[in-house]
Structure formats: structure tokens, C-alpha cells
Design a protein around this ligand. Structure first.
Ligand code: ADP
Ligand code: MG
Length: 448
């Protein structure tokens, strides 16, 4: 019986190998052994529950299909754990567990072009010079100068670009795990998978032994207390070892919803640098550099036209260059301003977007550590009232809303109480420097 099982299993493995590819095959199937073969089931020995569960959830279907084909009747694979079969393979399994983490959640999006994200390709302007200088410093003396380094700013302004540049510039070896680049989302998913498959040790060994940990999109940790705890421990372990930590986020640490105070404090303890939207000169320079890379030639007035109108993120400029390059190659003619205008209509947004009240509500709530909805409630505790007054002040200053509109939105307050609140906050910003700085940090969250 066992001989048959072994023969069938060998045939099945041949099928699987061609179906899943070499890497996965080596990862999951080399440590398996046929134990038994009955008329309706094929029992396979595997080294651990972890592998058993993984095969069950991910490969049971193709295994069943192949075994049934080979045996000529419906067969289901069954997995039994037999550690004894695989003594001495522990190390291999810990490698597999780490590879598993990569499989569960890739560190970066699939379209990620690391070679593009270099310091040489990064255009420096007033909007990002502080962040850029900090990045250079970290590359020169990792773990010493700015640790941790925390970059924040709107979407598409170059945070990921700089993080990847750091990860690629610092001498180290990704394979040996001295450099780890991971998005906070992947970190979270890997942590959950590690809990589920009982491979927390491998997970921790990986993130706590690295010399450089680069974590992107840290705002993803908002409202995730368990992952935040894990990250805090990772952070502490790395700090003790003098490892360099670099992070990026769409918002300032204080504005990440429900981020534990201990984490906020640590994030703020090194260097915090903000990236802003590029001004005209920087936009023009970025545009020219991106065009040069694509061999797209634009007449100066066309570049000027595009750079003047695309005031959003750098990603928008890239989108424009791609579209223009496509148009130029189809029409085989130079791009005129008229064509550019036509093509870019969807990207161009000349009306400056008014700040909306719900946005003010959520930014101020996050900043004050209040659950959403509190500011608009009837509560009058000191912290809620204070946050409400700041929100009213910002609504007036940034959105130009009328006192009535503001009063109605923030819990049906009357005209005079809004006037009083706005007056109070403007007096405080005049008299109290620290408070003024906090309010201006809040305002910059809405900067266009
Ligand atoms: P973020 O992570 O801040 O959302 P990215 O780093 O993904 O933004 O940047 C979006 C795109 O814009 C990327 O392709 C990046 O290479 C490019 N980019 C951003 N800033 C610059 C810059 N200063 N110079 C050149 N390219 C930039
Ligand atoms: Mg990014």
C-alpha cells in the first residue's frame, strides 16, 4: 500500500511542480511524504500543523484534481503531522515561515519599480528639502543622526520614493535580513498570519534583528491596538540595538487616529519632516526630468502650461507625462498647448477645493484624540468644548463658512456661541505661542 502511495505522490508532485512553479514547490512540497493511499483518500505526512493548514487551504484543490486524475477516481488529500519524519528540518521551516510572510502580504505593491526610486531621480525643492536632507543624513550615518526619521505629507509627494532610496542606499543585505522594507499594512497582515500559524517567533526574529527597518504608510496602524503593541515592542527592541528606523505616513503622528500615546511620543522623538506640494519651479523641474526619461520633448510654453496647471501631487505630473507621451507617439506630432489642455482637462483642477466641514471634524477629532462625532455632540466637557471651538475657528478661517452654517453643523449651536468660540481661539493664538503652533500645524493639514 505504501509503495503505491509513494508512486502516486511522486506523480502528483510532478503535476504540482509544473503548476505552481519551482519556488513554491520547494517551499511547500519538498518536505512531504506519502503515508497511505486508500480508494478515496491520499494521506500525506507533513512537518507541522502550519504546513498542513497551509496546504489544506491553498493547495487542496489542485492536489485533489491531480491525485484523482492519476488514480482514475475521486481522491481527497489528507495531511497528517509527523514531526519525527523531519527531524533536523527546523531551520528550513523557519525560512519557509518567513517566505510565507512574503506570500501572505508582499512588502510593496507589485508595480513597484525600485530602480526608479533613487536619490538621483528625486527632484529637490523648497517643498521637500528638509525631508531630503534628513534622508541624506540617515544614509550617511544610519542609527545615529536622525533616529527615528518620520516623513509625513499628502499622497503622491515622494515619501515612498525617499524610503525606497534609503533602503537601497544603505549597505546591507535584504536576504540576510539586515534591511527590512515593509508597508504598515503588510506588517499588520504578516503579524496576523504569524499569530494564526503559530510562527510569531519567526516574525519577531525577522523584525527585531534588522539593522534598518523602513515602514511605509504608518497611518495604516490607526485603530489597530494589537498591531500597535507589537510594533511598539519591535520599535523598542530595535532602539535598544541602535538600529535605524524610518517611517512615512500620510499624516502627522498626532493625527493618526487612536495611535497610542507611547507610539506618538516615540515617533516624535527623532526627526519629523514634512513634505509639501511642490511649487511651480519644482513642478517644472520634475516635469522636465520625467519627460527626459521618456524621451518626450515639450516646447517650453507647453511645459510652462502644464507645470502651471498641475498643482496637485507629483503623481499627477507623472500621469500627465504618461498621457502626453502616449498622445505624442500616436499622433507623431509635437504636443501643442491646445492638445495638452485637451488631454489634461481631467487632471487640471483650477478651482481650489474648499475645505469641507466633515474633514475639519475628523482632523480635529483625531488630533484631540476624540472619537468621531463627539465634536458635534451636546457634550460640554473641557476637552470636547475646546476641540469644538478649534474646529469652528478652522471652519471660519479655512472654509469661509458662515457662523450659521458652522453652528448648524457642529451640533446646532446658535450664531452667538460660534462667534464667541471663534473669537476665543483667535485670542488664544495671539497670546499663547505654543497653542498658536498647534493650530498652525492643524491648518497645514489642509494646505492646498
Ligand atoms: P507618496 O509615497 O508620498 O504617496 P510616492 O513616493 O509614491 O508618493 O511618489 C509618487 C510618484 O511621484 C512616484 O513615482 C515618485 O517617483 C514621484 N515623485 C515624488 N516626488 C518626487 C520628486 N521630488 N522628484 C521626482 N519624482 C518624485
Ligand atoms: Mg507612499
Amino acid at each position: 500500500m505504501e509503495a503505491t502511495a509513494a508512486v502516486i505522490w511522486e506523480q502528483v508532485l510532478t503535476d504540482i511542480r509544473s503548476e505552481v512553479g519551482e519556488t513554491r514547490f520547494n517551499l511547500w512540497f519538498t518536505n512531504t511524504v506519502a503515508v497511505d493511499c486508500k480508494s478515496d483518500s491520499l494521506t500525506v505526512g507533513v512537518p507541522s500543523t502550519f504546513v498542513a493548514e497551509w496546504l489544506e487551504t491553498h493547495y487542496a484543490r489542485i492536489l485533489a484534481a491531480s491525485a484523482s486524475r492519476r488514480l482514475g477516481c475521486a481522491v481527497k488529500p489528507r495531511f497528517v503531522v509527523d514531526g519525527g519524519l523531519f527531524r533536523g528540518k527546523v531551520l528550513q521551516e523557519s525560512v519557509a515561515k518567513n517566505e510565507l510572510l512574503d506570500e501572505v502580504a508582499p512588502a510593496a505593491p507589485a508595480d513597484f519599480e525600485a530602480s526608479k526610486y533613487t536619490l538621483e531621480n528625486f527632484v529637490v525643492g523648497p517643498c521637500n528639502s528638509v525631508a531630503y536632507a534628513a534622508v541624506r543624513k540617515v544614509i550617511e550615518s544610519p542609527g545615529k543622526a536622525y533616529n527615528p526619521l518620520f516623513l509625513h505629507g499628502g499622497v503622491g509627494l515622494g515619501k515612498t520614493h525617499l524610503l525606497v532610496a534609503i533602503a537601497n542606499s544603505i549597505k546591507g543585505n535584504r536576504r540576510r535580513g539586515t534591511i527590512e522594507y515593509v508597508s504598515a499594512e503588510a506588517f499588520t497582515n504578516r503579524f496576523i498570519a504569524a499569530l494564526k500559524y503559530g510562527s510569531l517567533d519567526a516574525f519577531r526574529a525577522r523584525y527585531r534583528k534588522t539593522k534598518l527597518l523602513v515602514i511605509d504608510d504608518v497611518h495604516f496602524l490607526a485603530n489597530k491596538p494589537a498591531t500597535q503593541d507589537e510594533f511598539l515592542n519591535t520599535f523598542n527592541a530595535l532602539s535598544r540595538d541602535g538600529a535605524q528606523i524610518v517611517m512615512a505616513s500620510d499624516s502627522h503622528p498626532k493625527l493618526i487616529a487612536k495611535l497610542k500615546e507611547t507610539l506618538v511620543t516615540r515617533f516624535l522623538s527623532g526627526m519629523v519632516a514634512r513634505l509639501d506640494k511642490p511649487g511651480y519651479q519644482t513642478r517644472l523641474e520634475i516635469l522636465n526630468r520625467k519627460c527626459a526619461r521618456r524621451n518626450l520633448v515639450l516646447a517650453p510654453e507647453v511645459s510652462d502650461f502644464v507645470a502651471r496647471r498641475l498643482k496637485g501631487s507629483v503623481r499627477e505630473i507623472e500621469g500627465a507625462v504618461n498621457t502626453l507621451a502616449a498622445v505624442a507617439s500616436i499622433s507623431r506630432a509635437p504636443v501643442t498647448s491646445a492638445i495638452a489642455s485637451e488631454v489634461l482637462r481631467s487632471l487640471i483642477d483650477d478651482k481650489s477645493r474648499p475645505v469641507r466641514l466633515p474633514e475639519i471634524d475628523s482632523v480635529v477629532s483625531a488630533y484631540s484624540g476624540l472619537p468621531e462625532g463627539q465634536i458635534r455632540s451636546a457634550r460640554r466637557t473641557r476637552s470636547v468644548s475646546q476641540a469644538r471651538h478649534i474646529a469652528m475657528y478652522l471652519a471660519r478661517q479655512l472654509g469661509g463658512f458662515s457662523y450659521e452654517e458652522i453652528g448648524t453643523y457642529f451640533g446646532g449651536r446658535n450664531h452667538s456661541s460660534v462667534v464667541a468660540a471663534v473669537g476665543k481661539i483667535s485670542r488664544m493664538t495671539r497670546d499663547d505661542g505654543e497653542f498658536a503652533r498647534e493650530v498652525s500645524a492643524l491648518k497645514s493639514e489642509f494646505a492646498q
